[in-house]
Design a protein around this ligand. Structure first.
Ligand SMILES: Cc1cc2nc3c(=O)[nH]c(=O)nc-3n(C[C@H](O)[C@H](O)[C@H](O)COP(=O)(O)O)c2cc1C
Length: 180
């Protein structure tokens, strides 16, 4: 496998050295990410997790991807259920983000006692207060190291209140105000 390098001096004579996990995670912590809750339901049961690794792939056909750790129970639930929703959080939803990040060690099914949840067309739970919510059917799952990249075909979207957004930056939650 090709080694990763980091640039320690720039720009005239950059030097590079091998990069380890902490270097990579520190660099990633400098990038602001929208905070989402991924949720699923179906034959395998309900589950959900707070995630920033969510990216649009294409709008033709509408497709997004999520990167989910392989070690947690949620990975197996997604594979069994074949569906998930992406619920993008508003500022003020920090407590809900904490619950779905595992704070308090609450079981996956019991995490849904926090927030108001409806059921999407696919059967996935949809968060009523989400800025935007995407109802997805899994089309591909590819393991990459510690994580699985799930591709989700978006079958429905729900537009929520345009309230200030919740971001995660420098390992802390931040609020981004709206312009109007
Ligand atoms: C802000 C934030 C972003 C996160 N992003 C991801 C992510 O993109 N992928 C992931 O697998 N876990 C992510 N996590 C961790 C999961 O939320 C956490 O591991 C999971 O909810 C714990 O579930 P478990 O009790 O089944 O282990 C994130 C946590 C936080 C606080």
């Amino acid at each position: 496998m090709q080694a990763l390098h980091k640039i320690t001096d720039a720009p005239a004579a950059p030097t590079v050295e091998a990069v380890d996990g902490p270097d990579y995670r520190e660099a990633m912590s400098r990038i602001a990410g929208a905070v989402h809750v991924i949720a699923t339901d179906g034959a395998g049961g309900r589950g959900g997790a707070t995630m920033t690794a969510v990216t649009s792939v294409t709008d033709a056909p509408p497709t997004l991807l999520i990167c989910l750790n392989r070690s947690g129970r949620l990975n197996a639930l997604l594979r069994e259920n074949g569906v998930f929703s992406v619920n993008t959080l508003v500022s003020g939803a920090e407590d809900l983000a904490g619950v779905f990040a595992g704070v308090g060690g609450i079981d996956h099914a019991d995490r849904f006692a926090t927030g108001t949840w409806a059921t999407a067309v696919t059967g996935a739970p949809l968060l009523a207060s989400a800025r935007a919510a995407f109802d997805c059917r899994i089309t591909e799952a590819t393991d990459v190291g510690s994580h699985t990249v799930f591709l989700g075909r978006v079958e429905a979207v729900r537009l929520g209140p345009k309230e200030p957004a919740l971001l995660y930056l420098d390992r802390a939650y931040r609020s981004v105000p709206t312009l109007d």
